[in-house]
Write a protein that binds this ligand. Structure first.
Ligand code: SF4
Length: 67
């Protein structure tokens, strides 16, 4: 799995950080999402998929495969 974000669309709702805290963080300056890793551990793949589904601004894209 590979994860990409379109930070320009982020509205800082923070759902992703609550859902997958080892993969997403929020900037202390502007509250926008930050990617902690673009290759999350398989143990958190389900969390990452959920975070992508819950993001209200469609910021998170999950590319399946490529481990
Ligand atoms: S859930 Fe989406 S809009 Fe909210 S902080 Fe995360 S990436 Fe940004």
């Amino acid at each position: 799995m590979k994860v990409t974000i379109d930070q320009d669309r982020c509205c800082g709702a923070g759902q992703c950080v609550l859902t997958a805290p080892t993969v997403f963080d929020q900037s202390e300056d502007d509250g926008l999402v930050q990617l902690l890793t673009d290759r999350p551990d398989p143990s958190v793949h389900a969390e990452v998929r959920l975070a992508a589904a819950l993001c209200p601004a469609n910021v998170i894209t999950v590319h399946e495969g490529d481990s």
